[in-house]
Design a protein around this ligand. Structure first.
Ligand SMILES: [Zn+2]
Length: 323
């Protein structure tokens, strides 16, 4: 017994000594790495859900939504961490520009992989989203307001190029990057120096499920962790469906032969009116849309697909707030 004990002791001492020795390796900068991953066009993503993801179903669904011209490759890196590899800048950029994306009503939180970065360590906590600034007063329709409001909502990314193209609008649009583990911003106060104070309300486009109690993305109020702390009768919902922007386009089955493309005002738009609309299958931009219908009661002009670029209208979004 003693001998065994001694041996064990001895053995552990040896281990300890070896571990104490400096055995670290130092390399210069010029080490050639043999990564098999072409990381030029890669996205890393996770889904904001506690449910498990069926990887195979997900990759098929996502690929059919993204439709990359040069194809794509998806890989499960970890539980709820995926790599999406593209083969052309155009394909990956389209996916980024048209985000956020959903699968089974779960939000995909993604980030572009930087070259040389470990996909398993990429922080995943931000989404890019279009937000509409409503109830702005005259005198506040300015690029500076768009940028400042964007930085209140999250981090300003870009202003809708059509914000100031000469057409009347009831709101401005701003693309922002928001952190998903912080409550959504609902509104902000604004005023001119010495002027009257008013509220600017934020409406999020294609916003996935969020909680009306705590304002976080990823769960509905039925599953809010705050419910464990607040008695049901004291439960307040500072957030609400009013923070969702209305769908910007609808399909209508109407005869459009009387309608003409918008010709006056600003210069023709990229991807503007394309040919004569066919009777029956014409897309009409929602009247509340920023690039929608111009003119008063007498003159209506419709712009076809002029305002779709980054909105991915064919995405499947749940309009309800169910989890
Ligand atoms: Zn909540």
């Amino acid at each position: 017994m003693d001998t065994i004990h001694n041996l064990t002791q001895q053995y552990s001492n040896i281990q300890l000594e070896e571990e104490e020795e400096e055995i670290g390796l130092v390399y210069g900068n010029a080490l050639a790495t043999e990564t098999t991953l072409d990381d030029r066009f890669c996205l890393v993503g996770k889904f904001l859900t506690t449910r498990s993801i069926d990887f195979d179903a997900m990759q098929h669904m996502i690929a059919s939504l993204w439709q990359p011209g040069r194809g794509m490759f998806a890989k499960e890196l970890d539980s709820n961490r995926y790599l999406f590899q593209f083969y052309h800048e155009l394909d990956i950029q389209r996916v980024i520009d048209r985000s956020p994306w959903m699968f089974n009503n779960s939000l995909l939180v993604m980030a572009r992989l930087k070259q040389g970065e470990d996909p398993k360590l990429v922080p995943l906590n931000r989404i890019d989203i279009w937000v509409q600034l409503h109830d702005l007063r005259p005198g506040f329709f300015s690029q500076r307001v768009v940028k400042d409001a964007g930085n209140v909502i999250g981090t300003f990314m870009e202003s809708d190029p059509k914000n100031f193209d000469g057409m009347w609008r009831s709101y401005l649009r701003v693309r922002v990057s928001i952190v998903v583990d912080k409550p959504l911003q609902r509104r902000m106060k604004m005023r001119m120096e010495g002027g009257e104070l008013f509220w600017v309300n934020f409406k999020y486009e294609h916003i996935p499920t969020f909680c009306f109690i705590c304002g976080l993305l990823g769960h509905s109020e039925r599953f809010c962790p705050k419910l464990f702390d607040i008695p049901a009768e004291q439960e307040v919902k500072p957030y609400g469906a009013w923070m969702r922007a209305l769908p910007r386009r609808r399909n209508h089955q109407i005869d459009t032969k009387w309608l003409r493309p918008f010709m006056g005002g600003s210069a023709p738009r990229e991807g503007g009116f394309e040919g004569s609309p066919e009777v029956g299958q014409t897309e009409i931009i929602d009247p509340l849309s920023s690039a929608a219908i111009v003119g008063g009661k007498s003159g209506i002009a419709i712009l076809s697909s002029s305002n779709l670029g980054k909105n991915g209208q064919e995405r499947s979004y749940g309009e309800d707030n169910s989890p």
